[in-house]
Unconditional design. Structure first.
Length: 163
């Protein structure tokens, strides 16, 4: 660390990112353009480490960079902000999104378990079997433009049909 702040490599190491990430975040407006040393090196303020850790944590929680930008902007402009623009509202929305994804993944998991339990070993043979737990019938019926959606719930019936 210089007396002015952190060089690119120092900041990247301290925050657990690479130098290209710093430049990308600068282009996106997440990270302010740094000052330059007399030798032309980028010099970042020490609090940039915290900002980068916040960004990476928010990403790990499922927020996109656009959402992170909005969260940071909302935090910087607390006066006069809409009540639905803060972290609490956005965290609730993200949690609801994660809950929906988990429910969809549970359906996929249960369908795969049913396929394994049913001994499905050949897609062609399984597709013709009335006891096949895979959603071939639903796909053929044209729901969701012919694409199966995990929001179709597996009924758990003994023959593996869909509700």
């Amino acid at each position: 660390m210089t007396s002015y702040g952190l060089r690119s490599g120092e900041l990247a190491d301290a925050a657990g990112v690479n130098r290209q990430t710093l430049r990308y975040y600068e282009r996106r407006g997440l990270l302010a353009a740094p000052q330059r040393s007399p030798g032309g090196h980028r010099i970042y303020p020490a609090d940039s480490v915290t900002l980068l850790r916040i960004i990476k944590t928010a990403q790990r929680l499922g927020f996109t960079l656009d959402e992170v930008t909005e969260l940071l902007d909302a935090g910087r402009h607390r006066h006069g902000r809409r009540p639905d623009s803060g972290l609490q509202a956005r965290a609730r929305n993200k949690l609801a999104e994660v809950e929906r994804k988990l429910a969809d993944l549970a359906v996929i998991r249960d369908t795969l378990r049913a396929a394994i339990s049913a001994g499905c070993d050949d897609l062609i043979a399984c597709a013709d079997s009335p006891s096949c737990p895979l959603p071939f019938v639903e796909l053929a019926a044209g729901g969701n433009d012919g694409r199966w959606s995990p929001t179709n719930r597996f009924s758990g019936t003994p023959n593996g049909t869909w509700a």
